[in-house]
Design a protein around this ligand. Sequence first.
Ligand code: DGL
Length: 286
Amino acid sequence: MKQTDRPIGIFDSGIGGLSVLRHIREQLPDENLRYFADSGFAPYGEKPEEVVIRRSMEIAHCLFTYNCKALVVACNTATAAAVHLLREKYPDIPIVGIEPGLKPAAAITKSKTVGVLATERTLQSSKFRKLHQQLSEQTGVNFVMQACPGLADLVEKNELHTTRTTELVRRYTLPLLEQNADTIVLGCTHYPFLQKTIENTLLESAAQPVQIIDTGVAVTRQLIRLLDVHHIRQMNATAQSGVHALTTGNAVLLADQFEQLLHIRPDVADMTREMITIASPSPHRI
Ligand code: DGL
């Protein structure tokens, strides 16, 4: 197989990474993309760090058995916990992670207050705490952190516009507005799928216009840069171009979610058996 034909592996705790994959597909339509949704073990954000590390290492290992030429950790929680370990283990492979967009937010806030929505695990991670401290010192911006337990799980359950979701979005965003945030960072890849619900809450309640920051586009830009540095970008459509998926959840459900969110229906391999040994499935397993 030519280097350029090899797949790009992408993973998330579940379907959140599809908010990154949609940008990658748009910018790199000829690539062979292999998406791993660990939906049987989502959410990561409420699990101990060791579990997130173990899952991330095992999923990367699984993706590399498909001969992936690059890896995208399309999950802020897994990036914070494991991207340095993945880079250590696979030093020759380009690995792109995602982190909450504090820097772009600091560049545009006028009120000098930025709200950050993310998982508990991301906010507690030393990687994020370092980023936070560095940017607070450099910019003088006040970053108001808001952990959002339950929110990624509602996205996993396709509850994008239900009353439960609207109530949770209000509970997490209103305190940010009360503290004068004019910019909100979506620090979890599940949240861009709630952008409409978040925008509606802001329209109802914000006294000033509020900007929303999603780093999916920046991740894609970085991926393209690394593919070019390594001369492995696929520029032509081939028989392998397109999306192939794997899941530790329900394969038909994942195909449905792809269809609903991205309007494509890829083949989905059920990885339940292969990946079951690593940690007990979450009680939310679907
Ligand atoms: N989508 C993930 C993130 O970006 C994690 C959500 C979860 O599993 O808790 O952080």
